[in-house]
Design a protein around this ligand. Structure first.
Ligand code: ADP
Length: 263
């Protein structure tokens, strides 16, 4: 049962503009439904892929349909990778669902960004070194935001994970300061593969990826940036991106000013 509302009224009087308003509303509703339908189709597709792998390879292992020990190891690795992917998908979908119906509980307090970011960057030191990437951080001391610590960590971890995933050589740098409106601003910049201009409007959409196989190989789910954007909005903040293919990408996070009395 789809609701189809169309009101035809040619005049420019009040009834006419009411008609226009209803038509606009019906169009919004239709777009919302189409988006939801597409999202549900994407979810089942995305969940089906790891499930198919898990079923296939556990069958091979159970029936011992291989003759070398190395094959067994390779299949076990695929099994655990795909189980891990499935787990991540479920966790991330759960986060998005909670945010969609406004049920995500945020425990906000005043947080100092510099120590938080330094801690997070330290956590990426080993994988960065293994990839031959430099990490550098310069965040103004005393930069405070009002937010949920774990959720903001999730924001920065997602951006750092992407920066590593999409950068082959060079560096990842984190900068923190204030803009002219005195709002805290954090930028995460990499010297990676970049994003074509025409793809930029879509990268915050759920399951949107510029290069599907590259994302998958790096363990991506296509949900990271959608979650980052939602979490920033839940913190009255915003996220912007600028990128040059072949040169690198910058994500710019702007936070609300914390209450004066807390600084
Ligand atoms: P994924 O799990 O695929 O990384 P995200 O939602 O985190 O999903 O990002 C969506 C897409 O945006 C990625 O698939 C990738 O194409 C692009 N992207 C995100 N971050 C970067 C980056 N730092 N450099 C280049 N491309 C990026």
């Amino acid at each position: 049962g789809e609701l189809e509302v169309r009101v035809h009224h040619p005049s420019k009087d009040e009834v006419g503009s009411l008609g226009t308003a209803i038509n606009d509303l019906a169009e919004d509703l239709k777009q919302y439904r189409d988006a939801r339908r597409a999202f549900l189709a994407d979810i089942s597709h995305e969940l089906r892929t790891p499930v198919t792998y898990i079923k296939g390879y556990s069958h091979i292992l159970k029936e011992k349909l291989y003759d070398q020990k190395e094959e067994e190891d390779a299949y076990l690795t695929i099994l655990s990778d795909e189980a891990e992917r499935l787990n991540r998908l479920v966790e991330e979908l759960f986060d998005l669902a909670q945010m969609d119906d406004g049920h995500m509980k945020l425990t906000k307090k005043h947080l100092a960004l510099a120590p938080m970011l330094e801690r997070i960057v330290k956590g990426f030191a080993l994988p960065a070194r293994q990839q031959g990437l430099e990490l550098d951080i310069d965040v103004e001391e005393g930069l405070i935001v009002y937010g949920d610590e774990l959720r903001l960590e999730q924001v920065f971890m997602n951006l750092m994970t992407n920066a590593l995933r999409y950068t082959e050589k060079g560096s990842i740098s984190i900068r923190g300061g204030r803009n002219s409106a005195h709002q805290p601003v954090i930028t995460v910049t990499d010297t990676g593969i970049g994003i074509p201009q025409k793809e930029l409007p879509f990268i915050f959409d759920r399951f949107y990826r510029v290069d599907k196989s590259r994302s998958r190989e790096g363990g991506g789910t296509g949900l990271g940036l959608a979650i980052v954007k939602q979490l920033m909005h839940a913190h009255d903040g915003d996220i912007q991106v600028s990128s040059v293919p072949g040169e690198g990408t910058s994500f710019i996070l702007t936070f609300a000013r914390p209450e004066k009395n807390a600084q």
